[in-house]
Design a protein around this ligand. Structure first.
Ligand code: DMJ
Length: 678
């Protein structure tokens, strides 16, 4: 060794002993390593990396999914995909993101945990990286399979979409009621236009707009949610304004300025009912495209644009929806293909689980409420990738073990296991069941797997959850690891309609049974309205401690213009023509007019049991998309959006039944001389 003690040489040239020299050298080399390493953590480290790395040796970057974390993407390739310039554009921000989610009228800022990266561990490094299945713009314009023709599609409808006479009811009293609902829509729209144009929702008391953070950088939720309602109501001037906004201002690559995201709320509908969460302010640095709820963007924007396209044939809606659909695809890049709840709509495509969802899990009602829209995205683009994504979810759920045949609400997108045994047909679970039966109906009754899963789930629900109260009211309780919680949420009231539309195709001899069950649940939900001072229903009502369809907790007493009870009235009217459903719908109109209409729009209320109401200052976009649409349909003839041709997504956007054979026949004979039915 160089420092070996040589004869005639002192212990050290500098008067140091060997051991001291060793410690000194160790310290020196540590210092050099530290300094060198630190250079890479400086903000401008990218430039240094450029100096130290040769041109051909592009730095590996990670792209937004845990599968893809193991994938090294050369910079140039990434540039091509993102359209961004420079390496900086693809370096992921190291900030913890904490979007806020509103449960009803209350804002809860929740920490978004379980980032994809956090869940990655060397133990999973053997998993194959996900194929990058983003649909390129070229692919969207050059569909693999079919070319969708709106003309052909219209020929496949059994009835004109808007009915013989726009669904005009012959009875003058019903017509008057329908006109009233149309006036409500115009009032809600005009005020949104005056005070909140381009924002997501209207704040009718303060007369301004609300942005929220459920939709990332997307804006105009009320506009996109209203397109089809305006169109079917014949509010054509308003529809044209809305269409023009979509054409010129619906920006799918928009930027959220940081200042706009402070103190903003969202109108989430799937969130748990507890509110005592840590409020965390956003970090100052933000990814420009923000985080969006995959579920909410899908049901409102994708659903709204799809319906608008199918109803009107206007290409702009198709173009926008396919572009948006592409942006949602990275959410599926998880080890199981089960998407996470929060997605970055920007270039990274990173996704996260909701911070409040246990152990980084995904929510049944969120990943289970994509099927209808994604099948139509494939239908329009000719690209099967969208259908493949949702079929994968379906297959996984189908083969899993289910406790008592029930589907728990939380599932890990990493392990594919249930995380908690909480089962509910209300919030967190609801529209998963709805999409099973509607997938079957939308497939022209060919999707046998969806059918089987729906009726087995119904059987398990009836065996384990359906209860009769001492006062004779039928309700669907919630289930927590085998223990019943005798509560029904307002959200669960959609199930009257769902069970009704599923009555025809169940096991032999069960039709009347399902119709009765649907009617009983709808009756119970009506009771929750009629037992309140305002004749509007609370967010949740209970059947314990002497309660019968009433809220026992202060925190459950609010009403945020939700549609589910009216939705069930509409379906039950169509299925039975029992006049009571129209009467109940009219009671709701009167209550909305009396308690929710304010000078500048409609507002939710904080306590349905208080005779003097306090407003929550929010006109939810689903009020225009669902509540008013279902009321309008309730007072229309059945041929306006006939149930033979259309299924409604969970935000009440009508999507057509896919009649494959008809579409194929027509596409081989484009000029077959058939008359257009619309
Ligand atoms: C809507 O966004 C949809 O109906 C969703 O399925 C549940 N919640 C709201 C309305 O309450």
């Amino acid at each position: 060794m160089v420092l070996r003690k040589l004869p005639g040489v002192s212990a050290s040239g500098m008067g140091l002993r060997l051991s001291q020299k060793f410690v000194f050298l160790l310290f020196l080399s540590g210092l050099v390593t530290l300094c060198f390493g630190a250079l890479f953590f400086l903000p401008d480290s990218v430039r240094l990396k450029r100096i130290f790395l040769s041109k051909n040796e592009s730095p590996a970057v990670t792209v937004g999914s845990d599968n893809e974390l193991s994938k090294k993407v050369p910079v140039d390739q990434e540039h091509q995909r993102t359209g961004l310039k420079g390496v900086e554009a693809i370096v992921k921000p190291k900030v913890s993101r904490k979007p806020s989610v509103t449960h009803g009228a209350r804002t809860v800022e929740r920490s978004v945990g379980s980032r994809a990266q956090d869940e990655w561990s060397p133990a999973r490094a053997h998993e194959p990286p996900a194929r990058d299945e983003r649909v390129t713009s070229a692919a969207l314009n050059a569909p693999h399979g079919t070319t969708f023709s709106h003309e052909t599609f219209k020929k496949c409808l059994l009835k004109p979409a808007l009915g013989k006479d726009q669904g005009n009811p012959s009875d003058p009293e019903t017509l008057k009621r329908r006109e009233k609902v149309k006036e409500m829509m115009k009032f809600a729209w005009d005020n949104y236009k005056s005070y909140a144009w381009g924002k997501n929702e209207l704040r009718p008391l303060t007369k301004n707009g609300h942005i929220g953070n459920m939709f990332g950088g997307l804006r105009g939720a009320s506009i996109v949610d209203s397109l089809d309602t305006l169109y079917i109501m014949g509010l054509m001037e308003e529809y044209e304004e809305a269409k023009e906004w979509v054409q010129n201002s619906l920006d799918l690559n928009s930027h959220i300025p940081t200042e706009l995201t402070d103190n903003i709320t969202g109108a989430g509908s799937r969130t748990p009912t507890t509110t005592n969460r840590t409020v965390t302010r956003r970090p100052p640095a933000r990814d420009p495209n923000g985080e969006a709820s995959l579920f909410e963007v899908n049901i409102r924007y994708v659903g709204g644009l799809l319906s608008a396209f199918y109803l009107t044939g206007a290409e702009i809606f198709k173009q926008k929806v396919l572009e948006l659909g592409e942006k949602l695809l990275p959410a599926f890049n998880t080890p199981t293909g089960i998407p996470r709840g929060v997605i970055n709509l920007g270039s990274s495509g990173t996704s996260w689980s909701w911070g409040w969802a246990s152990a980084g899990s995904s929510i049944l009602a969120e990943f289970g409420t994509l099927h209808l829209e994604f099948v139509h995205l494939s239908q329009l683009s000719g690209n099967p990738v969208f259908t493949e994504k949702v079929m994968n979810i379906r297959k996984l759920l189908n083969k899993m073990e289910k406790p008592h045949g029930l589907y728990p609400n939380f599932l890990s997108p990493v392990s594919g296991n249930w995380v908690q045994h909480h089962v509910s047909i209300g919030g967190l679970g609801d529209s998963f069941y709805e999409y099973l039966i509607k997938s079957f109906l939308m497939s022209d009754k060919t999707d046998e797997e969806a059918k089987k899963m729906y009726y087995s789930a119904m059987e398990a629900i009836e065996t384990n959850l359906v209860q009769k109260s001492p006062g004779g009211l039928t309700y669907v309780a919630e289930w927590r690891g085998g223990i019943l919680d005798h509560k029904m949420g307002h959200l669960a009231c959609f199930s009257g309609g769902m069970i009704g539309i599923g009555a025809d195709d169940g096991p032999v001899g069960q039709k009347q049974h399902y119709l009765d069950l649907a009617a009983e649940i709808t009756h119970t939900c009506h009771e929750s309205y009629s037992r309140s001072a305002t004749k509007l229903g609370p967010e949740a009502f209970r059947f314990d401690g002497g309660a019968e369809a009433t809220a026992t907790r202060l925190s459950d007493r609010y009403y945020i213009l939700r549609p589910e009870v009216i939705e069930s009235y509409m379906y039950m009217w169509r299925l039975t023509h029992d006049p009571k459903y129209r009467e109940w719908g009219w009671e709701a109109v009167e209550a909305l007019e009396k308690h929710c209409r304010v000078d500048a729009g409609f507002s939710g209320i904080r306590d349905v049991y208080a005779s003097t109401v306090s407003h929550d200052n929010m006109q939810q976009s689903f009020f225009l998309s669902e509540t008013l649409k279902y009321l309008y349909l309730l007072f229309s003839d059945d041929d306006l959006l006939s149930l033979e041709d259309w299924v409604f997504n969970t935000e009440a956007h009508p999507l057509p039944v896919v009649r494959k054979t008809c579409l194929q026949e027509h596409s081989t004979r484009p000029d077959d001389g058939q008359t257009t039915l619309e």
